[in-house]
Design a protein. Sequence first.
Length: 255
Amino acid sequence: MLPLATARSRRPSTGAASMLNGQGEETLPTIGFPPPDMERCRGMVSDSWASLLSALSLLLHGTTEEHGLQQALRCVQTLLYCCSRLGLEQARDACLLQLTRYSLPGLSREAEIAASPGGSSNTASSGGSTVSGSGATQKNILCAKALLHFCLSHGSLLGIAGWTIALRALSGLDRMLQRASSHGNELTVVRQSLDSLFETTALLPIDALGDMIDAIGENIKRAADSEEGRIILGRLGELCNFNVGRLLAVWDRVM
């Protein structure tokens, strides 16, 4: 964990994004919509996002080769960015749910099939071999990285509902990492990225920080006194520590 002064001065940019990408380059383009074209673009995406996401869902479901998965995830991330940027909240949340569906072992139907008796023949469908010590497949890890990367790069676009979905998955990821019997390179990168997400909340606009705090509160209410609830509460403490200089501005939302 970085000290507070270091956390405030750190910029999440190229390092965090490249670490998640694994290829030393940005995963997402930054797309600008000139005001005159905003409504036209919004209408186009509003009409097409459901069909696009359905096709990408089938692609994610059936792809296990790493390069293919990376390309599919890049497409999902780009669609997610466009929907978020254009204020299409239902579409944004649907894209987030698609990412979270594959980011943890056991959440997707194919993972359940692979875990069932005689399911070994479905290893390809479940995302390949598991990452040592975690029970997660390579597909789970890649999807978790994609989710973390989007939250790190574009957290200000998620709103309360988007952060609620993302944090629900990330708290499950946190729990999985704590229970992992060993931490190889893959899991270490995910752990560092997850820690960076809360550290770099110091760079969020104040309204986006408030949205994230409200979303944490929703997840704490849902998880109650469970292990997940304690993990989320601990992360809220970290967020407050990294944002102590402007905590008064959002204190009513923390409480």
